[in-house]
Design a protein around this ligand. Sequence first.
Ligand code: SF4
Length: 349
Amino acid sequence: MSGVSSAIIAPLLEWYDQGHRNLPWRAHPTPYRVWVSEIMLQQTRVEAVLGYFDRWMQALPNIPSLAAADEAVYMKLWEGLGYYSRVRNLHRAAVVLCEKYSGALPADYKELLSLPGVGEYTAGAIASIAFGLSVPAVDGNVLRVAARLDNADTPITDAAYKKQTRERFAALMPADRPGDFNQALMELGATVCLPNGTPQCSACPVQHLCLGYHHGNAAMLPIRAAKKPRRIENRTVLLARWGTLVGISRRPETGLLAGLWELPALEGHPSPDETRAALAARGWQVEKFLSLRPAKHIFTHVEWRMNGYYIELAAPPEGLIFVSPTSLRTEYALPSAFRPFLSVIEEEA
Ligand code: SF4
């Protein structure tokens, strides 16, 4: 019996060497590629990241090109990936790297950790995979694997459990292959020790060392902490047209979807008559007014329940800029929450 201990190293590395997913950032694990891929992969599935990663690397192939890029360029490359503070931090960090480190990532865990948007996991992944430093990279996947290996009765969201697990991995890192060991753990979590009660224990290289498996608890682990319910926000989204153009505005610089473009919206779900009255009060000269199919969008802590209206205007009201459907699609980063309301104009683009 073992749990998390140095006994898992050899079988995990052997299993990893026998074959693993062929991911583009693994083929040429330069520090920049590892960094960008790890930031993209936070909260996002590998399949969703693949296309984004390739487009990003073609447009911004190195740190200086990212540091020099216009906001519109990197925001557009990120459009649809969500959690937009990640891309803003990537850019901020690239600027720091150009100012302080000659445009390269430092081969030092603590210095990596000091960069905007780089936490312990990301710093550990870059340090170990790109620089061969003996540092663990413990994210939610690895914590899940650890909780099952240990048959732990603590939720993996518990800060003390996270810290303790990270320290235990730090103590057992194999000095000769730290990057491969971290990637083997990640690979195990992503392909075998799957979340939501579906671990594939019969295919697992460390089954013989897994206390959760031996106690028959694997599928029930990790223990879940009680979740806070999401806040529901009702909104009424307006697809405002002036001629062929579409009205958009910029969101505030802080908070949800900070600084991104959006379709204008009213709070709540006013009736069609109430909506027309609210728009008239704002000086909107509405010529045509049609209901759109409602939609919802789920963020981490908030759920938007959206009604929608298609509106044709006689004149552009204040507070909106009007852009063509083509430039809306190609130049402005519009969060995917608004996509359901754009289907009406997609053929025009
Ligand atoms: Fe995960 Fe099952 Fe392997 Fe244990 S035996 S590490 S639960 S896949």
